[in-house]
Design a protein around this ligand. Structure first.
Ligand code: BES
Ligand code: MN
Ligand code: ZN
Length: 454
């Protein structure tokens, strides 16, 4: 089981007091005839040792250091030096290291091992800062690794086994509610979504007590281990990548891991809403009317609008049982959010301006950027049902906003709540300077930064 926690990067990244190795990377922000655009490199070789100068660009952003770290990581993977070191020069070492750790990750466990692998890369910088970045990025890389696992490996049951092991390793309290317990409790929405699968729904509660007693920040994660759409089946092209529909919950695991390892003051509780959305003779159907844990009934218009159903019960569970200081949910909730913001920003609906401003600032700082979604009552109008208290789909128009308003209708008045629609940011098949194509672990660095400032 240890291997599910210890996620190795393509090469080792370590701390050092002096830059030594077969390759020394020098970061510069000065352009020249050969260093014109960000990422340009010059290499000089003497006696088997190479000096690589890499241009970070002159843009006044922190992200250029992360991108530079990511480019160094790619170079390491393609050139495989026996040893290497980074001389940060004018760079912000902390952010460069983030780019190195995230850039060095790839999902490789099911591929034949490469014939040649890069040796270790050492970075000369403050040791305690190195250690902190390592914790946060390893947690984010674990979230990415888990998100990549196909549905044949991670289903609601195997996920709860993982969660129990994970909780032991990090000293968290773990409770798993199975579908029978959920049904008895009255959580008919999360149960319905999973009833078409041979591995029915689970709700997993993980508690990090914090070092300063108080009400917990509750993080609710969507863990649809595969979203086929259910009987409202997705198309051939719409279905691939739907293993990533558990990314919100994987971010919650990553955040809890980093919070525990950093021994953050604030208590943090994770509520993982796990289900596999499958069509079958047992599956829930369009026209079904569900009884949610809140007591509200929900008319099903589309079984593909399943994320909001599992989250509705998770959000209610949190408010009924966990006495939250505030709640954040993370979900690959709508294709509409991808259309609106692409892979650049997550949509965020929030009931509290101060909370939103804090999250927004952490997003700008970490480059896990968000943008506020409107929460006008008009959107809720579209979810009026003639047969039940609410319906689960308001159609295509304003899809990210109606989905958010659906969730908001399960939030008690006065509860600070933020909803992160990470459908566009959780994975990117084009990759970028410090992400290989696939899962990004979006949400981990943003939330840890926010929790640290709480
Ligand atoms: N998991 C999907 C949303 C999604 C789409 C995530 C693309 C990542 C990439 C979600 O469960 C879904 O199917 N939403 C529907 C809602 C609709 C039926 C109201 C959608 O976005 O089409
Ligand atoms: Mn769906
Ligand atoms: Zn989904």
């Amino acid at each position: 089981m240890e291997e599910i926690i210890d996620i190795a990067t393509a090469f080792e990244i370590c701390h050092s007091d002096t830059p030594e190795g077969d390759v020394i990377f020098h970061v510069t922000d000065q352009n020249s005839a050969l260093l014109k655009k960000p990422g340009d490199m010059t290499v000089s070789e003497t006696a088997g040792k190479a000096e690589v100068t890499i241009y970070a660009g002159d843009e006044k952003t922190q992200d250029r250091w992360r991108k530079t770290g990511g480019r160094i990581a790619s170079w390491m993977k393609s050139h495989c030096p026996k040893s290497a070191a980074v001389d940060c020069g004018p760079a912000n070492c902390r952010e460069l290291l983030v780019g190195l750790f995230l850039g060095a990750y790839e999902f490789s466990k099911y591929k034949e091992a490469p014939k040649e692998v890069p040796g270790p890369l050492s970075v000369v910088m403050d040791k305690s800062e190195f250690d902190e970045v390592k914790i946060i990025c390893n947690a984010q890389n674990m979230a990415r690794e888990w998100a990549h696992e196909p549905a044949s490996v991670i289903n609601p049951w195997t996920l709860s086994d993982r969660a129990e092991f994970f909780a032991q390793v990090y000293g968290l309290n773990c409770t798993v509610l199975d579908d029978e317990q959920l049904q008895k409790m009255g959580a008919g929405a999360i149960v319905a979504v999973g009833q078409g699968s041979k591995t029915p729904s689970r709700m997993i509660i993980l508690e990090y007590p914090g070092t300063k007693p108080g009400k917990p920040v509750v993080l609710v994660g969507k863990a649809i281990t595969f979203d086929s759409g259910g009987l409202s089946l997705k198309t051939t092209t719409g279905m691939p990548d739907m293993k990533y529909d558990k990314s919100g919950a994987m971010a919650v695991f990553g955040i809890l891991r980093a919070a525990a390892q950093l021994q953050l003051e604030t208590p943090v509780t994770g509520v993982i809403c796990a289900a596999e959305n499958m069509p079958s003779d047992k599956a829930y159907r369009p026209d079904d009317i569900l009884h949610s844990l809140s007591g509200k009934t929900i008319e099903i218009k589309s079984t593909d609008a399943e994320g909001r159903l599992v989250l509705a019960d998770g959000l209610t569970y949190a408010q009924q049982n966990l006495d939250p200081r505030c709640i954040i949910d993370y979900a690959t909730l709508t294709g509409a959010c991808v259309v609106a913001f692409g892979h650049t920003r997550a949509g965020c609906m929030c009931t509290d301006d101060e909370m939103f401003n804090g999250l927004f600032a952490s997003g700008e700082k970490t480059q896990e950027r968000i943008w506020r979604l409107p929460s006008d009552e008009d959107y809720l109008e579209r979810l009026k049902s003639s047969e039940a208290d609410i319906k689960n789909s308001g159609g295509r128009e304003g899809g990210a906003c109606t989905a958010g308003m659906f969730l908001k209708s399960f939030i008690n008045d006065g509860m600070p709540w933020a909803h992160m629609d990470i459908a566009g940011t959780a994975y990117n098949n084009d990759g970028s300077a410090y992400f290989v194509p696939g899962s990004t672990g979006f949400g981990v660095r943003l939330t840890i930064d926010w929790l640290k400032n709480l």
